[in-house]
Design a protein around this ligand. Structure first.
Ligand code: BTN
Length: 242
């Protein structure tokens, strides 16, 4: 990951640039598109991703995961989340967790968002663009629920070093996925889940309720134990409250 690198001083969205590049012909697997100033960053659920210029990492990786049946595509999200989780754990700056589906949290604050966009052709995932927004050196974040690596360490990180290490960790997990070590990935992801096995409050279908996160199913739905019953939720169906 990251050996073939496209650096852009400024762009709208590295995910969109990665798609444009791949349309121009095959680009090597692991191609990295990175910018210093992303002006229209795309986030999950149609949100925008805004960060200060030059302070963070905003990049996309191109992969060809044709070996994953579309029904199992959540595995890619699990592998990428774990790669970033592994990297941040090496820094020893706090407690690292993965908030389902793929927000990376340090001490309960989001430090990294992931947006994976797939291109399916005839029942095959032909191409995936893995977009990663990692808050590194920005200390003032637009929302109190977000933070950055620097906020937990107190001094700046070298962005190039962080990029190299993150790419390595994501590659290790991607290879684990390619080598069919799916049950290990699923179990590591379950272990890393934020709020797992804790009694918490959620909101779904107009109601607050308490439940305990137990894991995710193979379609990537969140599994909650609610009143001794296991229930599954899609991303659009549930909110975390407290
Ligand atoms: C989220 O909403 O949590 C996901 C945010 C993903 C942001 C990254 S930044 C690099 C890449 N390019 C984009 O336009 N979005 C992703």
């Amino acid at each position: 990951m990251g050996k073939n690198l496209h650096f852009l001083p400024e762009c709208h969205s590295t995910n969109l640039v990665a798609f444009e590049l791949s349309r121009g012909g095959a680009i090597p697997e692991g191609t990295l598109v990175i910018t210093e100033n992303q002006t229209a960053g795309r986030g999950q659920r149609g949100n925008i991703w805004t960060v200060e210029k030059g302070m963070n990492l905003t990049f996309s990786l191109v992969v060809y995961p044709k070996f994953i049946p579309p029904k199992d595509q959540f595995l890619l999200s699990q592998a990428v989340s774990l790669g970033i989780y592994d990297f941040i754990r090496t820094l020893k700056i706090g407690e690292v967790k993965v908030k389902w589906p793929n927000d990376i949290m340090v001490n309960g604050r989001k430090v990294c968002g992931i947006l994976i966009e797939n291109q399916l052709v005839g029942g095959t995932i032909e191409l995936s663009v893995i977009g990663i927004g990692l808050n590194v050196n920005q200390t003032a974040l637009p929302v109190p629920t977000a933070s950055s690596l620097k906020n937990f360490r107190g001094f700046d990180f070298d962005l190039e070093e962080v990029l190299e290490d993150v790419c390595h960790c994501v590659e290790v997990r991607y290879l684990q996925l390619r080598n069919n070590q799916w049950s290990e990935l699923r179990e590591d992801y379950r272990q890393a889940l934020y709020w797992r096995d804790e009694s918490r409050t959620f909101f779904s279908k107009g109601q607050n309720f308490s439940g305990m996160i137990r894991g995710t199913d193979e379609q990537g739905r969140l599994q909650l134990e609610v009143k001794n019953e296991l229930r599954s939720f899609d991303v659009k169906e549930i909110l975390y409250l407290q």
